[in-house]
Write a new protein. Structure first.
Length: 122
């Protein structure tokens, strides 16, 4: 009795690659191109990440510099202003309303403008 021997089928290969060898090489080249594209995209994303991290670092440093300058100016302002009751004296001079609006009323001889005061010009 004679038996026909069937070719061996590798179980690791997908059904689409079990055809002719030419489709196998096409899918291999397609896979290689896909991998190259993915690696290029990864490199591009890593470059963007590095640039963004550098930008963030510079922005954080600038923020620290601005905070330091602000604190320094606040200390200078606090040392230049009289320490005893200067806010209370200012409120008394401006009248009961106090604040900038009270100052505008006093400067206008007790009458209020309908136009807001901008930069010292009524």
């Amino acid at each position: 009795m004679m038996c026909e021997v069937m070719p061996t089928i590798n179980e690791d290969t997908p059904m689409s690659q079990r055809g002719s060898q030419s489709s196998g090489s096409d899918s291999d080249s397609h896979f290689e191109q896909l991998m190259v594209n993915m690696l290029d995209e990864r490199d591009r994303l890593l470059d963007t990440l590095r640039e963004t991290q550098e930008s963030l670092s510079l922005a954080q440093q600038r923020l620290q510099d601005v905070i330091y300058d602000r604190d320094s100016l606040q200390r200078q302002l606090n040392s230049a202003l009289p320490q005893d009751g200067w806010q209370r004296d200012l409120d008394e001079r401006l009248g009961e309303e106090g604040g900038v609006d009270g100052l505008a009323v006093l400067e206008n001889g007790g009458r209020e403008n309908s136009v807001p005061r901008v930069g010292g010009v009524n």
